[in-house]
Design a binder for this molecule. Structure first.
Ligand code: NAD
Length: 480
């Protein structure tokens, strides 16, 4: 009897990278590609591991360890965030880079996957120290050609944001004076420095679109015993950072109820609903979300994952849903905001419980999708919509006037305003993001309909991604 790779993988100790590879191997059993091609798709193509000294204002010196992994060169540039975390290591970076390859393929973003990391706890450093570390990191990447608009384009991830991306863009610009495309060396920049409207909240917004699309299916919701749509769905979110804050915000705007939030120091629960912004402001003021008025404190943060809810959104760390706590998870849907929050053991339990897992490799692709829009904007040197938005509004106005002439009915001012909009950059970005997330969801759902034996959306997503990367290798004849 042949043993499935996922079962074999479950029998030995594993880390995040092993988990991603186990998901790949399991999906590969449903694909018909040659073994050598599958090996090439799975392997990490290049890793730059380095250490550099940083001298601080008080004269002390510290050695900092850092990495950049380029998982797949089947399309260039490669793309992926930069993580600042104290426990990050090479294996974790490779796992995240691999996920980026599959993610980009799923949402048809023409990049290979990459990821970077600096092994620091950013909260221990001053602003000045963080800037020195970020600029030095960029220098090192540049020396080895691991950064550049056509080579490898970083973005924010856990522990980094617009501020770090602007330091990276500035450092790269100084090293490449006069290079017209220099700003496209990194995405997730502030809007005032070549960024794009909507990038900051893109991952959270994309997660909302993913959940909304899943909840539109009457058949799938009936199987879970849930009603169609986001309205009234009870959400538990782990992590009130960029991803967690925005997914909560956009899901609430579409009628969901945020019943609990978990952070490092603990969690809070209020079945009547919480506002992510009020909690965020409270935590900023007091240093903790515990004690938030009207909510019950949960001192052990992971316990919040087991609360009664419809949708659980891990949006902080990897491997938080394990074989140990999975049987106690009450949610019907797991929406993976973080990368790698579910181990294969937990995944197996969720499959048996017939839960719906909307996997990271698709669900949190909103960030890289809008990063792609930012990269295109930087290369074209023009704000999206700038050239034709007035012309478009004039066309819409002419259509309205034609309808008025044909029907003899005059539209009111408010009707005119709702039909004829001068489309701004944010509207274009959000519409491109919504379309991307819906099309990708339907691709994956369709793959599962074609191969129901794949059993779940994650496997269907990996199958879809593997097939898309394989086509590039096969059609372009990339092998030397
Ligand atoms: P972030 O640094 O903005 O936020 C992470 C939050 O998690 C912080 O508020 C932190 O305090 C909290 N946290 C840390 N340990 C915790 C714990 N034990 N329990 C509960 N909360 C804890 O990071 P982010 O950008 O929101 O990224 C979060 C996850 O989403 C990561 O896995 C990242 O790879 C993934 N992701 C991010 C993006 C993006 O665009 N930022 C895109 C795709 C995927």
């Amino acid at each position: 009897m042949t043993v499935s790779p996922i079962v074999t993988a479950l029998r030995r100790p594993r880390n995040f990278e092993d988990n991603v590879n186990a998901y790949f191997d399991h999906a590969a059993t449903f694909c018909s590609h040659a073994k050598g091609l599958l090996d090439q798709i799975r392997i990490c193509n290049a890793v730059y591991a380095f250490a550099f000294p940083v001298r601080f204002a008080d004269g002390s010196i510290e050695v900092v360890h850092a990495w950049r992994a380029e998982h797949s060169h089947h399309k260039l540039p490669t793309k992926g965030g930069i993580r600042y975390a104290p426990n990050v290591d090479e294996s974790e970076v490779k796992a995240l880079a691999a996920l980026m390859t599959y993610k980009c393929a799923l949402v048809d973003v023409p990049f290979g996957g990459a990821k970077g990391a600096v092994q620091i706890d950013p909260s221990r450093y001053t602003l000045d120290q963080l800037e020195r570390i970020t600029r030095r990191y960029t220098h090192e990447l540049d020396r080895k050609q691991f950064i550049g608009p056509g080579l490898d384009v970083p973005a924010p991830d856990y522990g980094t944001g617009e501020r770090e991306m602007s330091w990276i863009a500035d450092t790269y610009g100084q090293l490449h004076t006069g290079e017209l495309e220099a700003l496209a060396c990194v995405t997730g920049k502030p809007v005032t420095e070549g960024g794009i409207h909507g990038r900051r909240e893109a991952t959270g917004r994309g997660l909302m679109y993913a959940l909304s699309e899943a909840c539109r299916s009457a058949e799938d919701m009936a199987a879970l015993g849930l009603s169609v749509g986001l309205e009234g769905k009870r959400l538990v979110v782990q992590g009130l950072g960029n991803v967690g804050y925005h997914v909560a915000k956009f899901c609430r705007e579409h009628g969901a109820i945020l019943v609990a939030i978990a952070e490092r120091e603990g969690a809070i629960h209020n079945p009547k609903g919480l506002s992510e912004d009020e909690v965020f402001q409270f935590r900023k003021r007091t240093g903790s979300l515990l004690g938030f008025p009207g909510a019950t404190d949960i001192l052990k943060s992971p316990d919040a994952l087991e609360l009664d809810c419809d949708v659980l959104v891990p949006a902080a760390l990897e491997s938080v849903l394990t074989g140990e706590n999975a049987p106690r998870i009450k949610a019907k849907i797991v929406l993976e905001g973080a990368n790698g929050p579910t181990t294969p053991e937990a995944d197996e339990v969720f499959r048996q419980k017939k839960m719906l897992v909307i996997p990271d490799v698709y669900a949190n692709a909103g960030g890289v999708t809008v990063s792609y829009f930012e990269w295109l904007k930087n290369l074209s040197h023009v704000r999206l919509g700038r050239l034709d938005r007035r012309r478009q509004a004039a066309t819409e106005m002419r259509m309205l006037q034609a309808i008025e002439r044909a029907t003899g009915k005059a539209f009111t001012d408010s009707e005119r305003q709702s039909f004829v909009k001068v489309t701004d950059e944010l509207a274009i970005v959000n519409s491109g993001l919504e379309d991307t997330m819906i099309v990708a969801y339907q691709d994956i759902r369709e793959a599962l309909r074609r191969q129901p034996e794949a059993g779940d959306l994650r496997t269907a997503a990996f199958i879809t991604a593997i097939n898309k990367v394989a086509i590039v290798y096969e059609e372009l004849g990339i092998f030397p």
